[in-house]
Design a protein around this ligand. Structure first.
Ligand code: NAD
Length: 245
């Protein structure tokens, strides 16, 4: 039986990768899905598959406020938008720090703050915030500002969970390992030695394979559904054993 019948789910960064897989998986489970992204073309292909779509740049406060006003209460809010910046602290200038924190953290704060009031008024819902196992859990070389932003996501998630648990709001973070998505492919190509980059990514995964976006979508469906009614304030690791080795 479909697990999300009667629920409305909004997904950011739904155009490709984990957001797309999650949007499609939630729709398959009977949810009304509002797939949002900055990329109109990738959204169009989701519209072709029957999903509602909306262009939404989560870095734009006016656009986020307008989306929250238009859409009202959702049962599930999956904040997926984020960016991986490479380098150590010595490579990270203030502009890069600000850009990473603006997308990975501030935009998520903005989305949560904009959609929470209607969710509370409707009796509750499930918020799922995209972190990473590279966060407050483990470090990866050359992921200085990325890890800092994703640690902040976990802190934000736990704070929201604690503050709104009595209002029916659950708030969880997900912490994937290495997921084979378009941006990961781009990052491997950008090194100039695709095969070596892929081998390095695989070497940190004890399963010997990368996660697929669909592997991660299964956890999102669970957190979106009432099966996880007693689960809140948790950073859910889904990393193929990376952080356990
Ligand atoms: P991706 O990086 O391939 O795609 C990102 C999507 O975000 C694109 O569709 C893009 O158009 C959209 N986007 C970019 N800026 C946006 C903005 N300002 N507003 C709205 N949408 C915007 O997808 P991915 O690799 O699945 O990554 C998605 C999330 O998962 C990110 O937060 C990332 O940090 C996190 N994550 C990814 C991995 C991985 O290995 N791929 C691992 C852990 C966590």
């Amino acid at each position: 039986m479909a697990r999300l019948v009667g629920k409305t789910a909004l997904v950011t960064a739904a155009g490709q990768g984990i957001g797309r897989a999650a949007a499609l998986a939630m729709a398959q489970q009977g949810a009304r899905v509002i797939a949002t992204d900055i990329n109109e073309q990738t959204l169009a292909s989701l519209a072709d598959q029957g999903l509602e779509t909306r262009v939404l740049n989560v870095r734009d406060p006016k656009a986020v406020a307008a989306a929250a006003a238009d859409i009202g209460a959702v049962d599930v809010l999956f904040n997926c938008a984020g960016f991986v910046a490479n380098g150590t602290i010595l490579d990270c200038d203030e502009a890069e720090w600000d850009a990473s924190f603006d997308l990975n953290v501030k935009a998520m704060y903005r989305m949560n703050k904009a959609f929470l009031p209607a969710m509370i008024a409707a009796g509750g819902g499930s918020i799922i915030n995209m972190a990473s196992v590279v966060s407050g859990l483990i470090a990866a070389p050359n992921r200085f500002v990325y890890g800092a932003t994703k640690a902040a996501v976990i802190g934000m998630t736990k704070a929201i969970a604690a503050d709104f648990i009595t209002k029916g709001i659950r708030c969880n973070a997900i912490c994937p390992g290495t997921v084979d998505t378009p941006s990961l492919q781009d990052r491997m190509r950008a090194t100039g030695d695709y095969d070596a980059a892929r081998a390095a990514f695989l070497a940190r995964q004890p399963t010997g394979k990368l996660a697929s976006a669909e592997d991660i979508a299964g956890l999102i469906v669970f957190l979106a559904s009432d099966e996880s009614a007693f689960v809140t304030g948790v950073a859910h690791v889904i990393d193929g054993g990376w952080s356990n080795t």
